[in-house]
Design a protein around this ligand. Structure first.
Ligand SMILES: NC(=O)c1ccc[n+]([C@@H]2O[C@H](COP(=O)([O-])OP(=O)(O)OC[C@H]3O[C@@H](n4cnc5c(N)ncnc54)[C@H](O)[C@@H]3O)[C@@H](O)[C@H]2O)c1
Length: 384
C-alpha cells in the first residue's frame, strides 16, 4: 500500500497545472511521463519545470545531483499517449476543462495504462463519477485536485467518485503525502469540492455589493486585506481571469442553485472584454503593472464577518452531506489560500443566534436563498 505501489506517474497535459504536478512528483523522486499534444506545448511545460528546478537549485533546496537526476533520469516528455501511460501506476489528467475532451482522454488512459493503474483527474468542476464512466475501471478513478501554483500550494483534494474504492482513495491520499502535500479526503463528488464550494457564496455576496454600488472593488479588497486576507478577492479574480470566474458561476447556477447566476457587474466586464490581468483590465487597470491596494480605503460599508458567516454556513452544508468534517474544512482552506486560520476556527466565538440572524438578514437584504442559515448553524453545530 502507499508509496511502494506507485513508482511511475504519468501527467496528461503540460500546461499551468500539469507542469506543476509533474514537477512535485519529480521532486519526490518519481519517474514521470509528461504528455501534451504538440512538441511545442510539451517543450513549454518542460521549460517551466526546468526554470523552477533551477530556482530550487540556486536557493539550495535541491542538490546538483538531484537536479541532474530529475532532468536526465526521471522526466520523460512525450506526445504519444500510449507511450505516456503504458508504464504508469498512476495517471493524472490535467487537460482543459472540457467534458468531451476529458471523457475521450479517460477512455484512452483506460485503454493504454496497465490494468492496475489509478486514473485521476485534476478537474475543478467536472464530476469524477461521470469521468469514471468513460473507463472499464470505475473503482480505480478518483479526483486529485491540486491548487495553483502547484509547487507552492500544499492542499490536494482527494475526491471520491461514486465508484472509487477505498483502496483507490487510500493510495491517492498516500501518494499526496509522499509528494509533500496536505491531502484532504472529499467523500462525495459535489460541485466545487471543498475549497471552491466554501468560497462560492462569498462571490455571490460580493457581486450583490458591487451591483448595488455599496462599495467599489478597491474598498472591498482593502477591507478584506485589513481583515487578514492574503490578497483582496477582486484582485485575485483579476489574476484568475474574469472569464474563468464567469464560467464557474454559470456552472454553479446550473448544478447548485440559480442564485449563482453571474452578477451584472461581471457580465459588463465580460462584454467589454475586460477579463483581468491577461487583458490589462478587469476590476483593476493592470496596464502599468500590478495594482496596489490602498488599505486606507477599507470601509465599514463591507463587513468581513458577513463573508465569514457565508463560509461557515456552506461548511455546515458539506458536513451535513457527509463530504468532510469541520476540521477538514479548515485544513483545506488554510492550505489552499495561505490564510492564517480557517473559517471554522475564526467562527468559534460567534454565538449561533448572532450567526443565524446575520445570515437571515443577508438572505433577505439581497434576496438570496443560498444565504439562509442551515439547521446546523441554527443549532451551533459549527463549534468544535
Ligand atoms: N489553472 C488553475 O488555476 C487550476 C486550478 C485547479 C485545477 N485546474 C484544472 O486543471 C486542468 C488543467 O488546467 P490548466 O489551467 O493547467 O490548463 P492549461 O490550458 O494551462 O493546460 C492544459 C494543457 O493540456 C494540453 N492538452 C490539450 N489536449 C490534450 C490532450 N489530448 N492530451 C494531452 N494534453 C492536452 C494543452 O495543450 C495544454 O498544454 C483543468 O481541468 C482545470 O479546471 C486548474
Amino acid at each position: 500500500m502507499g508509496r511502494s505501489d506507485i513508482r511511475v506517474v504519468s501527467v496528461i497535459g503540460a500546461g499551468e497545472m500539469g507542469h506543476g504536478i509533474a514537477e512535485v512528483a519529480l521532486l519526490a523522486g518519481y519517474k514521470v511521463f509528461l504528455r501534451d499534444i504538440t512538441q511545442e506545448f510539451l517543450e513549454k511545460g518542460v521549460q517551466r519545470i526546468n526554470d523552477s528546478l533551477e530556482k530550487f537549485l540556486k536557493k539550495g533546496k535541491i542538490t546538483r545531483d538531484e537536479y541532474e537526476k530529475i532532468r536526465r533520469e526521471l522526466l520523460y516528455p512525450c506526445t504519444d499517449m500510449r507511450k505516456a501511460v503504458e508504464q504508469a501506476d498512476l495517471v493524472i489528467e490535467a487537460v482543459p476543462e472540457i467534458l468531451d475532451l476529458k471523457m475521450e482522454i479517460f477512455a484512452q488512459m483506460d485503454k493504454f495504462a496497465p490494468p492496475h493503474a489509478l486514473l485521476a483527474s485534476n478537474t475543478s468542476s467536472i464530476s469524477i463519477t461521470q469521468l469514471s464512466k468513460a473507463t472499464d475501471r470505475k473503482e480505480k478513478v478518483l479526483g486529485l485536485h491540486f491548487f495553483n501554483p502547484v509547487v507552492i500550494m500544499k492542499l490536494v483534494e482527494v475526491v471520491r467518485g461514486q465508484y472509487s474504492s477505498e483502496n483507490t482513495m487510500q493510495k491517492g491520499y498516500d501518494f499526496c503525502l509522499s509528494i509533500n502535500k496536505v491531502p484532504v479526503r472529499v467523500e462525495k463528488d459535489v460541485p466545487g469540492f471543498i475549497v471552491n464550494r466554501i468560497n462560492a457564496p462569498t462571490h455571490v455576496l460580493r457581486g450583490c455589493i458591487l451591483d448595488k454600488g455599496i462599495a467599489t472593488p478597491e474598498e472591498i479588497d482593502a477591507t478584506m486585506e485589513r481583515f487578514g486576507a492574503p490578497m483582496g478577492p477582486c484582485k485575485l479574480l483579476d489574476y484568475v481571469g474574469l472569464d474563468v470566474h464567469y464560467h464557474v458561476l454559470q456552472y454553479y447556477a446550473k448544478n447548485l442553485h440559480p442564485d449563482y447566476e453571474p452578477y451584472r457587474t461581471l457580465e459588463e466586464k465580460i462584454k467589454s472584454g475586460h477579463l483581468g490581468k491577461k487583458t490589462g483590465k478587469g476590476f483593476y487597470d493592470w496596464s502599468h503593472g500590478k495594482p496596489e491596494i490602498d488599505i486606507s480605503k477599507a470601509t465599514d460599508k463591507v463587513d468581513p464577518n458577513d463573508f465569514l458567516a457565508l463560509q461557515v454556513n456552506e461548511a455546515t452544508k458539506l458536513v451535513e452531506m457527509g463530504v468532510c468534517s469541520l476540521m477538514d474544512i479548515d485544513t483545506a482552506m488554510v492550505n489552499a489560500t495561505n490564510m492564517r486560520i480557517g473559517p471554522i476556527e475564526a467562527a468559534q466565538d460567534i454565538d449561533p443566534v448572532e450567526m443565524t440572524r446575520r445570515l437571515e438578514r443577508l438572505a433577505e437584504q439581497f434576496g438570496k436563498e443560498i444565504f439562509l442559515p442551515t439547521g446546523s448553524v441554527r443549532e451551533g453545530r459549527y463549534r468544535l
